[in-house]
Design a protein around this ligand. Structure first.
Ligand code: FES
Ligand code: FES
Length: 165
């Protein structure tokens, strides 16, 4: 990280991070939130803002493989980190099996919770490829959905896990 002062003496910080495999070196304010860096500076608006208080999980991204509420993370804290957003989940134009399973199970209504939900589920399947239903429910417990009642979401994650070798 490099500290830069403008003519008024206001400090900015040059950080380096990888987002969805691409390297970025943005200059940010000390109080810039990761969610705002992603959405406003990098145009990655798949990461949603809901409560901005750490309650809803709609802003979930993976930070070095772990799901975090990006509204609670300073962009400064992401210096040197690898971030995955929903835009980085599909590979080579092919939907991830979780994305496909959410579609096949009609686990999406308005879709606002879906990016965060999928990233929390992705972190779960990476560390535990064959979770039980309670484990799925625990993994997405920080992701609120006001539309679906969760039944189809849980089924979508379990189906995606079943398809995992
Ligand atoms: S917007 Fe981050 S947890 Fe709700
Ligand atoms: S699908 Fe609307 S909030 Fe979950």
């Amino acid at each position: 990280m490099q500290t830069i002062s403008d003519k008024q003496g206001v400090k900015r910080y040059l950080i380096n991070l990888t987002v969805n495999g691409d390297e970025y070196s943005p200059v940010i304010k000390g109080n810039t939130l990761l969610v705002n860096l992603l959405r406003d500076e990098l145009d990655l608006t798949g990461t949603k803002k809901g409560c901005e208080l750490g309650d809803c999980g709609s802003c979930t991204v993976l930070m070095d493989g772990k799901p975090v509420d990006s509204c609670l993370v300073l962009a400064l804290e992401a210096d040197g980190c690898e971030i995955i957003t929903i835009e980085g989940v599909a590979q080579h134009g092919e939907l991830d099996r979780l994305q496909r399973s959410f579609i096949d199970n009609a686990a999406i209504q308005c879709g606002y919770c879906t990016p965060g939900m999928i990233l929390s589920a992705k972190a779960l399947l990476t560390r535990n490829p064959h979770p039980t239903e309670p484990e799925v429910r625990a993994a997405i417990s920080g992701n609120l959905c006001r539309c679906t009642g969760y039944v189809n979401i849980v089924k979508a994650v379990l189906d995606a896990a079943e398809a995992t070798e």
